[in-house]
Design a protein around this ligand. Structure first.
Ligand code: TIU
Length: 238
């Protein structure tokens, strides 16, 4: 059992083989200039700030050999999986599927749709492309989690109130115990991020828990000696 200090109370992991890290949509379309996020009229700076923190958590999960899922919002090149409402929404000049600075906007396989270089998935990590804001909608995420016996999900990524919150709510309704890492998620609107954190953990954790990257890293890190050899397992049991 690993206990992670969190709000509104400690988050308990029964065993490390039941937990997965979920990194939501850390892709160029949201974090780099010329992508979908900027086309929608947003400043990308807020989002870029969390990259080193997400990387630290990713490294901790890699170090411990724990399950890692990356999601990617994007559509088929023929837009067959993009509802007309999503395509029409907004007043920007460039729409989903139009040619932007990084290829066609929000289209799977285009340069702008790739996960940012700092967080590139390794071959053993699962990448879930998704057409919606929630990662359970029209994807095989649930069956992948079931195959691995995952019951506990630790969330990072962007944007807090859109794809992260939608996915957490979907996961919560499907019975997963959800923990959001406060300093490893970001919104184009800081006040929306703050409100989302508060609404997730309100009412006794109505959607789940929130904590900080330090708490996760402390709880999951292996202690190493000066030569890099593992000395103890800290508080975590494998
Ligand atoms: N616009 C915005 O805040 N977010 C999205 O469109 N997608 C995700 O959050 N990934």
């Amino acid at each position: 059992m690993v206990s992670i200090p969190a709000q509104p109370y400690d988050y308990e992991l029964p065993s490390l083989d039941r937990v997965a890290l979920v990194i939501i949509d850390m892709q160029r379309d949201f974090l780099e200039s010329g992508g979908f996020g900027e086309v929608l009229g947003n400043e990308i700076g807020q989002l870029r700030q969390i990259v080193p923190t997400v990387r630290q958590i990713l490294d901790t999960f890699r170090d411990r050999g724990l399950s890692i899922f990356h999601t990617l919002e994007g559509h088929q090149s023929d837009l067959s999986d993009c509802p007309p409402s999503k395509l029409k929404r907004g007043k920007s000049q460039l729409k989903i599927g139009d040619l932007g600075k990084m290829g066609r906007i929000l289209i799977l396989g285009e340069p702008g749709n790739e996960i940012i270089p700092e967080l590139q998935p390794l071959p053993n990590e699962v990448v879930i492309p998704k057409p919606g804001k929630g990662a359970f909608y029209q994807t095989n995420l649930r069956s992948c989690l079931q195959q691995q016996g995952i019951t506990h999900l630790i969330f990072t990524g962007v944007t807090t109130e859109v794809c992260v919150q939608t996915t957490m709510r979907e996961a919560n309704d499907r019975g997963y115990e959800c923990l959001l890492v406060e300093d490893a998620t970001a919104s184009y609107f800081p006040k929306f991020k703050q409100s989302t954190l508060e609404m997730i953990r309100a009412q006794g954790g109505i959607v789940g828990w929130t904590t900080t990257s330090n708490q996760i890293i402390q709880a999951l890190s292996l202690d190493r000696d000066l030569e890099g050899k593992i000395t103890t397992n800290n508080r975590a049991s494998v």
